[in-house]
Design a binder for this molecule. Structure first.
Ligand code: FAD
Length: 396
């Protein structure tokens, strides 16, 4: 027995890898990352996997610190009382502290037929399956992408650029986060690629069948292949393990990212809901929260007070195939600025942002403790006060 603090990180995505790497600042901590795959999945490339422009995998060797052990398995249950995790492959691992970083995945579509007939994109396996289905689907077939968020737009653009006939059904509006000016540009890029965009009140999907998508009560759109990207899903591991979650299934934590039920469990990334006021789901937020989760644990081990999370979401970026992009700058209140970069510059900035995630993980592996992020300062504390007072949310 070497008396090391045993830390188990559940999930080897952006949040889990960043947290694991950062924890190696201390020699008396043994870190194990449990993840179902032997490779890291940069999920923000999954639409490119579908469009055959990227494989969407990275070797853990390139981003995980040498001292961190990778256990290729899935956790089926956390037992907070016994401080163990149960593995799908059999057996248990004991921990002193657990970082909960299981991310997000495939949404459960709320309309009849969608789970059966529409293909999701949001996990490696789902994207690989969709790509192989597309390989057997004639180029003349009609493809409908449901969901006007970034995943839907990027997937639609990628397939249209291949020469496919794509309709994008957006719901109320195309990428609601975008500033109206940037949204007009997004429409222009999609039109140039030949994507037919349906948005507004009539764009509510009510049913998916084998060869059609029904909108509202009486509009039927022929669809040889339907792709579902709307909404998001979160693994239900926390809830199944008796830990409190928000309505979507994200682990409820305080502002240091510590579970409200157990101070040995710290959450980060898409699966965390600090103060029931979760951050935007994104790779950038995930690896910054991963760093914060590690800092909370390191403070606890040092007998110090952990600091509350302080993180701003500075920008959103979208690709429209391989030649155009939009890099939308944002205010601290998560509304979009008028300022955005489009065209080749937007595309270049999007590519830099995608690569930056991997570079930050690799940098933290080599120099743990080095990652820095954009601070919010006052906006989140004001939002939290407004949440507890029941008053209006302040604008930055
Ligand atoms: C098509 C697409 C495009 C996107 N584009 C962008 C973008 O442009 N910019 C951006 O910032 N974000 C984008 N995102 C979102 C971004 O990918 C996620 O927000 C980010 O991956 C979240 O990181 P994470 O570490 O929280 O979780 P994940 O990256 O989801 O990693 C979680 C890991 O935990 C593993 N896991 C799950 N359950 C268990 C279990 N029980 N036991 C062990 N391991 C488990 C998973 O397999 C996974 O490896 C996109 C997402 C998609 C799908």
């Amino acid at each position: 027995m070497d008396n090391k603090h045993e830390v188990v990180v559940v999930g080897g995505g952006y949040a889990g890898v960043m947290a694991a790497n950062r924890l190696t600042q201390r020699d008396d901590v043994r870190v194990r990352v449990i993840n179902p795959r032997r490779v890291f999945v940069p999920r923000l490339r999954l639409h490119q996997l579908v469009g055959e422009t990227h494989e969407a995998v990275v070797d853990y060797e390139d981003i995980l610190a040498e001292q961190v052990e990778l256990v290729v398995d899935s956790v089926t249950r956390i037992d907070p009382a016994a401080r163990t995790v149960v593995l799908d492959g059999g057996g248990e691992i004991a921990y002193d502290y657990l970082i909960y970083a299981v991310g997000s995945g495939i949404p459960t579509p709320p309309v009849p037929g969608a789970a059966e007939f529409a293909y999701p994109v949001a996990t490696l396996e789902a994207a690989q399956r969709l790509r192989s289905v597309l390989l057997d689907t004639p180029m003349t077939a009609s493809v409908t992408v449901i969901g006007g968020g970034p995943t839907g737009v990027e997937t639609a653009a990628e397939l249209a650029e291949q020469g496919r006939k794509v309709t994008l059904v957006c719901g109320s509006s195309l990428v609601p986060y975008l500033h109206p000016k940037a949204r007009r540009t997004a429409h222009k890029y999609l039109a140039k690629l030949g994507v037919a965009v349906i948005e507004g009140p009539e764009a509510a999907v009510t049913e998916v069948t084998r060869d059609a998508v029904r909108l509202g009560a009486d509009w039927t759109l022929k669809s040889d292949l339907t792709i579902w990207t709307a909404g998001f899903g979160v693994p239900d591991l926390a809830g199944r393990s008796g830990l409190r979650t928000d309505a979507a299934g994200r682990l409820l934590t305080d502002e240091t990212l510590t579970s409200v039920d157990d101070d040995r469990i710290i959450a980060a990334g898409d699966c965390s809901a600090p103060s029931d006021l979760p951050f935007r789901m994104s790779a950038y937020v995930a690896y910054c929260l991963g760093a914060q989760a590690a800092d909370t644990l390191l403070a606890r081990l040092a007998g110090e007070q952990a600091r509350p999370v302080d993180l701003a979401f500075p920008a959103m970026c979208l690709s429209f195939g391989r030649d155009a992009g939009i890099y939308q700058l944002g205010h601290k209140d998560e509304t979009a600025m008028r300022l955005y970069f489009g065209g080749a510059v937007g595309k270049k900035l999007k590519e830099i942002a995608c690569e930056a995630g991997i570079k930050h993980l690799a940098a933290e592996a080599k120099k743990p403790g080095s990652h820095r992020w954009f601070k919010d300062g006052t906006y989140r504390p004001a939002r939290l006060r407004a949440q507890s007072d029941g008053t209006a949310v302040p604008v930055a």
